[in-house]
Design a protein around this ligand. Structure first.
Ligand SMILES: [Zn+2]
Length: 117
């Protein structure tokens, strides 16, 4: 069984099996040393760029701003959920999210606005 992961509405939503599951404007606390100089970035999610699955973990490339220091940039592959028995399960995004940095096995190939390179 294939789980369809997509970015919809110009990056406003992550869709899993054609259901909108994760939206922009969430505030995430990220353990992402490459993003900014904060020990933990307080990231306001502004745009989803891509989504994929790494093992069972659904990860997304997101663009956003750290409200602590003002850095605006892209974060490579933030875990946002898990696939359990073919179903999307939210992870606790109010806790610290550890950015993996690794490209997922299966990125969403259908996204027409996806940039290469
Ligand atoms: Zn920061």
């Amino acid at each position: 069984m294939t789980t369809r992961l997509r970015v919809l509405d110009d990056g406003a939503w992550l869709s899993v099996d054609d259901t909108r599951r994760v939206s922009v404007s969430e505030l995430w606390r990220l353990d992402a040393p490459d993003f900014c100089e904060c020990a933990l970035a307080d990231l306001v999610v502004e745009n989803f760029l891509d989504v994929g699955v790494d093992g069972r973990t659904v990860t997304a490339r997101v663009y956003g701003q750290c409200i602590a220091c003002g850095t605006k940039s892209t974060v490579e592959w933030v875990p946002v959920g898990r696939i359990v028995d073919g179903e999307f399960v939210h992870i606790d995004r109010e806790g610290v999210l550890s950015v993996r940095g690794s490209t997922p096995d299966r990125a969403a190939a259908e996204e027409p606005e996806r940039r290469s390179g």
